[in-house]
Structure formats: C-alpha cells, structure tokens
Design a protein around this ligand. Structure first.
Ligand code: UTP
Length: 225
C-alpha cells in the first residue's frame, strides 16, 4: 500500500531527545519492506516557542506560520538522520518534489509547505496528490472523544466519525499560527473530497501505526462522507 503517515511534533519531541525518532525509524524501516511510505512531521513545542517569539517581535500570522514551517523541516531532517539510507535524504518543500523524490523508492519525509494550515493538512493534500491508499495521523490523543477526556470522566472514544461531522465539530476553532486544535479543517476537507481512508490515533504508542495499517481498531476512523 501507498501510505501517508503524519507524526505530530509533540510526539517526536515530547522529551526533547532522540528516543521517539529512533523508535519511529525502526518501525518505518520495517514497514517499508511491504509499503511505500511518505511521512509528514509536525512542529511540536519548538515550533510554538519560536512562533511566540517572532509574534512578540511584531511578525504577522503568515510570517509566524513561516517560522513554524522551518521548524517542521528541521524535525523532518532529524527523522531523516535516524532513517539513514532507508530514506531520501532531502526534505521536499512541496508536493511535486515529494512525488519526484519518491521515484528513488525510498521513504520520503517532509514538514510543512505554505502558511495558513498545519502539517495535518499537508499530509491530507499529499495523500491526495500521490493517490495514497491510507492516511494515518499520529497525534497526542487517542482519537476523537465525545467530550474533553481531560475534563470529563465519562468521555468516550469515537471509533468512527464522518468528515462532515468532524468539520462541524471543528468549525469556529482557533486557526492562528501554532494553535491548530485536534485536527485541521483543510485536512478534513481533503479527506471528504478524495474518499481517503483516514485513521487518527495516539502516536505516543508507536505500535499504533502498525495496528492502524493492519486495519485493527485503534483510534478514530474518519469516513469521507
Ligand atoms: P504543525 O503542523 O506541527 O502544527 O505546524 P500543530 O498542529 O500546531 O503542532 P503539533 O506538531 O501537532 O504539536 C506548526 C505550525 O507551523 C505552521 C502553522 O503555524 C503550524 O501551527 N505551518 C505548518 C504552516 O503554516 N504550514 C504548514 O504547511 C505547516
């Protein structure tokens, strides 16, 4: 299968060390024996820290986004270091480059592309661009809940949600640089229009990636309706 894997920066850099990069590169190398992989890496805390600094310096939102994009590309380079010869050792800056580099037969790793969305959207656009079979979004929560699980004990994990329902839930959420909520609306629109099989799951457990690829019930499946 051709698979796009989005890994949140908050997953890779939670502890500010190399552990998650190593763990993910082991898994990705194994998966590449059977699948063609495209990985999109997020910015995490370093992106938010740098965005706050540049915003304080008077930058507008698009310029803040631009700083965020640079950080996602640095994170992509860290994953490339860990993957070594299994990956194409250059970060594509756009979708055409990603496609071009993929002719190498190696794992492709990229970060952001342009302002006004997050790497969730990059992963969904990329999936559409390369005609992927699956999009797996590894994030810092287990998936979509009925209520905020940090506030309510009776919050339940939703195993399936339609893209339309997810769009309704996300409408009115903050879209400033560095503050994308649970999932990005641009990403959901892509999922809706291109019938993209999508799973959102907890990336703190890297094995969830394998489970999601194997079709096991893990996290929230987004149905393109
Ligand atoms: P992320 O995609 O990591 O955003 O990009 P996020 O969801 O806030 O963070 P994590 O990784 O899931 O914790 C970081 C920031 O970079 C800018 C946005 O400002 C985003 O919030 N960005 C990223 C863009 O403007 N365009 C892109 O294509 C990617």
């Amino acid at each position: 299968m051709k698979i796009v894997v989005a890994i949140g920066g908050s997953i890779l850099l939670k502890e500010y060390d190399s552990k998650k990069f190593k763990k993910y590169s082991e898994i990705l190398k194994k998966l590449t024996e059977k699948h063609k992989l495209f990985v999109v890496v997020g910015g995490g805390k370093p992106a938010r820290d740098y965005i706050n600094i540049v915003r304080d310096l008077g930058a507008g939102e698009a310029q803040c986004d631009d700083i965020g994009i640079e950080i996602t590309r640095i994170n992509a380079k860290l994953l490339l270091s860990s993957l070594g010869s299994a990956a194409y050792q250059k970060v594509p800056h756009n979708f055409q480059e990603a496609l071009e580099f993929s002719t190498s037969g190696k794992i492709i790793v990229m970060g952001g592309t342009e302002p006004a969305h997050s790497t969730d959207a990059v992963s969904a656009i990329l999936a559409e661009y390369i005609n992927a079979d699956k999009l797996i979004n590894l994030t810092s929560v287990d998936g979509m809940y009925t209520k905020d699980p940090n506030k309510y004990d009776d919050a339940e994990l939703i195993s399936e949600i339609t893209a339309t329902e997810l769009l309704e839930f996300l409408s009115g959420k903050d879209i400033k640089a560095g503050t994308y909520e649970f999932f990005d609306t641009t990403a959901v629109q892509m999922i809706k229009r291109s019938s993209l099989e999508t799973v959102i799951t907890n990336g703190y457990e890297p094995e969830n990636l394998i489970k999601a690829i194997n079709g096991e019930k893990v996290g929230t499946k987004v149905i393109s309706e």
